[in-house]
Write a protein that binds this ligand. Structure first.
Ligand SMILES: *[C@@H]1O[C@H](CO)[C@@H](O)[C@H](O)[C@H]1NC(C)=O
Ligand SMILES: *[C@@H]1O[C@H](CO)[C@@H](O)[C@H](O)[C@H]1NC(C)=O
Ligand SMILES: *[C@@H]1O[C@H](CO)[C@@H](O)[C@H](O)[C@H]1NC(C)=O
Ligand SMILES: *[C@@H]1O[C@H](CO)[C@@H](O)[C@H](O)[C@H]1NC(C)=O
Ligand SMILES: CC(=O)N[C@H]1CO[C@H](CO)[C@@H](O)[C@@H]1O
Length: 690
């Protein structure tokens, strides 16, 4: 099992409608949904078929699965119903497929596969998974109260998932502002269906592996079903698109009946698919989504894309036993894309139900941060422009030609006086269409190293040849990687491996290639402020002096009684464990504090004489601010300029925002930062990772 690999498990799509005369299955794709026949047939092919996983075979096998530690599973019993069933190597695949096919031949429950299959082959009067369409329709046409929200039923291990859309009481299709009578209530001459249509429901039939069930259906609902259903609702509301399509289908059927005398029933399906744009889009949607491709659907003349994005960006290292796609990229920068919906971060728990669909505001603010990054094209510009079919003279194409991984998008836009909104739209499309990835601009002064996810086992052999073909004058791929991960010293700035100025640009190109293909990642620097016992002691002394002074004048100060140095630092260390919980309130009693601290256990507490780490200076307590000031003004005696820089740096001292991001976002030079870090060296903890 791996959520890192695409596995849509889409078995078919149904269009169910309700009219005043009851529910009706109008169209289904593929035509034969009587049993799981498609996959059984394909497993006769060579060992690379594997189509029942519904992933895009060509693409993934071309790349080769990344299986992590192969040996771990070598001796496992091979059971296609078991959760480990595709954590195998290629050579395990054949027995697996055979096994699966055998399982499939055993009829399950009340289904009668053979009969159903014969029937459906002869006409579209067949069953859906052994069930009569009329019976199934009753279930898939829920009452109004259950419409306009997620719909899900499971029948014989198949999940029927959709977002049924019901007509509003006022006759319109969208719950909008009062004025929203249907904008064009088309002529009364239209046959019954139009007025009759009260509900339509695009039902996706899924058969995900049991262990992935919730994940896969959430993913499908979030990325495809909900979005597509709402677009259709919009079209129905605006132009009666669904009603018009239904009328068209009735007309087609009548025409066909009168031509063939009603004998040629089986033809409806192909006629519908060909002539009705609604049926066509259902078939195109099925074909693309079931292969993990991007479905480009023409909905009443407008082209829209739907897909379950493939997971190729990781912000943390997946477990070694969990497969992922080779060439995947590892960077904490990926976090910046979390809310954009452009990539798959593999957390379906983040997807609300139908609610979170229009996340545009969130998306566009997340894109602001991304503008500081650069785009790395995953293919040659010409190929991209050809493949996504845009005019080579267009602004979009022009933008693609300008993309340079060494330059931030913001700079690119300002250098060429481009409209930021337009640029955001271009870059979103390139990321969504799997043509580009964002990353920090490639820089000779940044540090790069071999990715722990590098596809060494899967692809290195062919890539070594490719690399030397593309960069004939450079060292080999293996030599490059060795230099980037030196054995006895820590990784150096990229500049250190560039032999001369003349080599600079070819080395940067090669670096881009290595990053694009998942071999190399950027190392980033994360820092925290640490408070030494000495600083704490000095601040405590100051406080005591202050307190004495204050006491002389009035009554005791609350700060001294409650915010005792060591106790605050212990509370702080609690924060380290729970990961970002609010600091304990100042007015907590010492008893309460102690209770919480004992609950955590003594081993992780910093002793009285030990250092504290300030985890989030953005939310520093009064005492912590005193420590910080002590460091700035007394311990390091920073100059005025460096103090200013220090305050800019402060909010990055949380172990989450890297210094490399700081250089990109704040107006601080590398030199200035270096000087500051040198001065405060004794008071920081540095961690380097992706
Ligand atoms: C359709 O199915 C019904 C019952 O399942 C059967 O009576 C009828 O003959 C079938 N029609 C065709 C055209 O196969
Ligand atoms: C498509 O949209 C236009 C308006 O944008 C509308 O006039 C037309 O009827 C629609 N087509 C269908 C098939 O609904
Ligand atoms: C849909 O369009 C995108 C962008 O042009 C393209 O990458 C993708 O391959 C297309 N999908 C299919 C199934 O052709
Ligand atoms: C950036 O800093 C330099 C000096 O450090 C200053 O001259 C310049 O005006 C600053 N730019 C911005 C946009 O703040
Ligand atoms: C100053 C102060 O209140 N210090 C307290 C910190 O917590 C320890 C127990 O962990 C107490 O013994 C101290 O009195």
């Amino acid at each position: 099992m791996s959520f890192n690999l695409p596995n849509p498990g889409l078995f078919g799509i149904l269009l169910v409608i309700s009219t005043h005369s009851g529910p009706l299955l109008v169209y289904n794709y593929p035509q034969d949904l009587s049993e799981d026949t498609q996959s059984a047939e394909s497993s006769d092919d060579d060992d690379l078929s594997y189509e029942d996983k519904s992933v895009d075979q060509e693409e993934i096998y071309e790349a080769g699965y990344s299986y992590g530690n192969e040996d771990q599973y070598k001796h496992n019993e091979w059971d296609s119903r078991h959760l480990n069933y595709y954590m195998g190597t290629k050579k395990d695949l054949l027995p697996y497929l055979e096994d699966q096919e055998n399982n499939r031949r055993i009829p399950k429950g009340n289904q009668k596969p053979t009969k159903a299959k014969e029937k459906s082959k002869s006409s579209n009067n067949g069953t859906i998974l052994g069930m009569e369409p009329a019976y199934l329709c009753e279930m898939l046409a829920p009452p109004k109260s259950m419409c306009n929200s997620r719909f899900e039923i499971t029948i014989d291990d198949r999940i029927f998932l959709g977002l049924p859309i019901h007509k509003m009481d006022d006759g319109s299709w969208r719950p909008l502002k009062k004025k929203g009578r249907p904008s064009k209530d088309v002529s009364e001459s239209t046959p019954k269906v139009k007025e009759n249509l009260i509900m339509f429901h695009l039902v996706f039939i899924l058969n995900p592996p049991i262990m992935e069930r919730n994940y896969r259906i959430d993913e499908m609902f979030h990325y495809v079903i909900s979005r597509l259903s709402l677009v259709l609702r919009f079209e129905q509301h605006k132009t009666s698109y669904i009603s018009n399509q239904l009328r068209l289908m009735i007309a087609l059927r009548e025409e066909s009946d009168s031509n063939s005398g009603g004998s040629d029933v089986s033809n409806f399906h192909s006629i519908f698919t060909e002539k009705s744009s609604l049926c066509k889009l259902i078939s195109v949607c099925y074909t693309a989504i079931s292969k993990s491709k991007i479905a480009n659907l023409s909905i009443n003349g407008t082209l829209r894309s739907f897909q379950i994005p493939i997971k190729t960006e990781f912000h943390s290292l997946p477990e070694t036993s969990v497969p992922y796609l080779p060439g995947s990229y590892l960077s904490s920068t990926t976090n910046l894309l979390l809310n954009t919906g452009l990539i798959n971060v593999g957390q379906t728990s983040r997807y609300g139900h139908a609610g979170s669909l229009l996340e545009n505001d969130e998306t566009s603010s997340s894109l602001d941060d991304i503008m500081h990054l650069a785009l790395l094209l995953l293919y040659e510009p010409d190929k991209i422009i050809r493949d996504i079919v845009i005019d080579p003279e267009s602004k979009f194409a022009n933008f693609i030609y300008l993309i340079n991984p060494t330059v931030s998008i913001l700079k690119l836009a300002s250098d060429h006086k481009m409209d930021l909104k337009e640029v955001k739209s271009f870059l979103s499309h390139l990321i969504y269409w799997r043509r580009a990835r964002v990353m920090q601009p490639i820089n000779t002064r940044s540090v790069y190293t071999v990715s722990p996810m590098a596809p060494i086992l899967q692809k290195a052999f062919e890539d070594i040849a490719k690399f030397s073909e593309i960069f004939p004058t450079l060292p080999s791929l293996t030599h490059f990687l060795k230099q980037l991960s030196p054995q006895f010293i820590k990784p150096q700035q990229f500049a250190s491996i560039i032999p001369s100025r003349d080599h600079r640009s070819s080395y940067l190109d090669a670096l881009g290639w290595l990053i694009r293909n998942g071999y190399v990642i950027q190392l980033q620097t994360f820092i925290w402020l640490k408070i030494s016992p000495k600083v704490k002691l000095r601040v405590e002394e100051d406080l005591e002096n202050e307190a004495t002074l204050t006491k002389k004048r009035s009554q005791g100060s609350k700060i001294v009684t409650v915010g005792g140095t060591d106790n605050t630092s212990k509370v702080q260390s609690k924060d380290a464990i729970t990961g970002g919980e609010e600091l304990v309130q100042r007015d907590d009693t010492i008893e309460a504090l102690q209770k919480r601290l004992t609950a955590i256990g003594p081993s992780i507490l910093f002793g009285e004489e030990e250092e504290s780490i300030i985890l989030d200076p953005g939310r520093a307590t009064t005492l912590e601010r005193k420590w910080i000031n002590r460091i700035i003004f007394e311990e390091c005696k920073l100059t005025h300029e460096l103090t200013t820089t220090f305050y800019k740096l402060l909010k990055y001292m949380n172990g989450k925002s890297s210094l490399e991001m700081l250089l990109l976002k704040e107006n601080i030079s590398r030199n200035e930062l270096r000087r500051l870090l040198f001065e405060i060296e004794d008071h920081i903890i540095t961690v380097r990772h992706w």
